[in-house]
Design a protein around this ligand. Structure first.
Ligand SMILES: Cc1cc2nc3c(=O)[nH]c(=O)nc-3n(C[C@H](O)[C@H](O)[C@H](O)COP(=O)(O)OP(=O)(O)OC[C@H]3O[C@@H](n4cnc5c(N)ncnc54)[C@H](O)[C@@H]3O)c2cc1C
Ligand code: SF4
Ligand code: SF4
Length: 367
């Protein structure tokens, strides 16, 4: 897939249009695009008409059905959650992992397992609170380092910039953990005709994501209440809590979610994917059960890893009840409808969804 456009088009269509998700896919592939915190900029025109940056970006034209065919061999039958083989609840068996993880520790347990069994030789992860409120991406080569990245930071990091940097030399099989926009960019990189280290990624674990917060807006908000550099953990408990919980070195504070909605990144309002639909395995929370994760297995790669991890006592699973599954489906559908409505509001044309290429039937389904 090559769109025949370059960095000046990326700047005009994505960066200046408020569509950038800060995924990092365009960073570290040339000297002309840089990231500072969660702000990405083209610092100089490069003059190349057909850039990798444009092709990799999750907010340049994206044909969802074509990616489905490449990854799953067919188009999706589930319009709200994408293709999957199974959905269950899961948790890490190791209580130390669970106590340091955001919820059930499935992501940390699986990445630790994949590294220690040699399924992958390295992993690109995100350290949530490495330097205060701004997360940083990390290349992890030892399974013992995975837990240093446990937890969630709701500010996005340019995680794929680390993948681009790490794969400047051949590395063998790599694992990546990312939010949906990062997994989409990763899949666009893998599907592209460009030579890219993303083709060495053999395991993609996607997180659920409803929205993320801009570093500037969120740190300014927090600074009025606490010292942002003392933040150790952030949680957005499932509905009906409607709060943001911030754990700092000094104590724990709760804020109504409405107080931070103004800091949601504009790009998140047009995001179509809540459950990392193109990952091998997708992981999110379980409503009302903070020690458990929702686990979606989507590909044969994911299925094999989970089967081995269960057999070796790394994770355990239980059925996810119908009511929670229905809520998950509804939340994913709501996000799609909100994104389509926002895109149509921006273009003023129901058939022009800026970056999203959907069939007419799918588009009408979400309008
Ligand atoms: C921005 C964001 C929004 C989210 N929104 C939702 C939501 O709406 N609903 C829901 O069910 N779940 C959401 N999640 C996922 C949830 O917070 C947990 O990450 C997920 O349930 C896995 O739990 P765990 O206990 O297995 O994680 P852990 O074992 O603690 O592993 C967490 C992993 O998350 C990665 N990570 C941390 N921060 C970031 C970041 N900023 N960007 C990329 N990767 C990161 C780390 O690399 C780590 O490997 C969100 C996560 C993020 C980062
Ligand atoms: S590739 Fe990612 S970081 Fe670069 S412009 Fe697109 S969304 Fe932003
Ligand atoms: S809502 Fe979408 S664009 Fe925003 S951080 Fe989450 S996955 Fe990325």
């Amino acid at each position: 897939m090559t769109a025949g456009k370059g960095s000046s088009d990326l700047e005009k269509e994505v960066l200046n249009a408020g569509l950038c998700t800060s995924c990092g896919a365009c960073v570290n592939i040339c000297p002309y695009i840089k990231v500072v915190k969660d702000r990405v900029a083209v610092i100089e025109p490069c003059g190349i008409a057909e850039g990798q940056c444009y092709d990799f970006c999750p907010r340049t034209p994206t044909d969802v059905a074509a990616l489905d065919r490449i990854i799953f061999g067919e188009e999706r039958s589930d319009s709200s959650l994408g293709s999957y083989l199974s959905i269950e609840m899961a948790q890490a068996r190791d209580s130390d992992i669970r106590s340091r993880a955001q919820y059930g520790g499935v992501v940390s347990a699986l990445m630790t397992y994949a590294l220690s069994t040699g399924e992958i030789g390295s992993a690109v992860l995100t350290k949530p609170f490495d330097t205060g409120l701004m997360p940083t991406s990390a290349l992890v080569e030892e399974s013992s380092q995975v837990l240093e990245c446990a937890g969630s930071n709701y500010v996005p990091s340019a995680t794929l910039a680390e993948l681009n940097k790490a794969t400047k030399q051949p590395r063998g099989a790599i694992g990546v953990v990312g939010i949906p926009c990062q997994i989409l960019a990763l899949r666009k990189m893998q599907a592209s005709q460009h030579q890219t280290g993303a083709k060495e990624v053999k395991l993609a674990i996607g997180l659920f994501c409803t929205w993320a917060l801009s570093y500037k807006g969120f740190s300014e908000f927090l600074r009025r209440k606490v010292d942002p550099s003392s933040v150790k953990r952030i949680d957005i408990p499932p509905p009906p809590a409607n709060t943001l919980v911030v754990h700092t070195k000094e104590g724990t504070i709760e804020f109504p979610l409405d107080e931070i909605r103004g800091s949601i990144k504009p790009a998140c309002n047009v995001c179509f994917d809540m459950t990392s639909e193109l990952a091998d395995i997708s992981v999110g929370m379980v409503e009302g059960m903070e020690d458990w994760n929702t686990l979606m297995v989507r590909t044969a790669v994911g299925e094999q890893l989970i089967a081995k991890a269960k057999a070796d006592g790394i994770v355990e699973t239980r059925p996810l009840d119908e009511a929670r599954l229905a809520h998950l489906r509804e939340a994913a559908l709501t996000k799609k409808r909100r994104a389509i409505s926002e895109l149509v509001k921006r273009t003023g044309n129901e058939t022009d969804l800026l970056y999203l290429r959907l069939s007419d039937a799918d588009r009408r389904n979400f309008l």
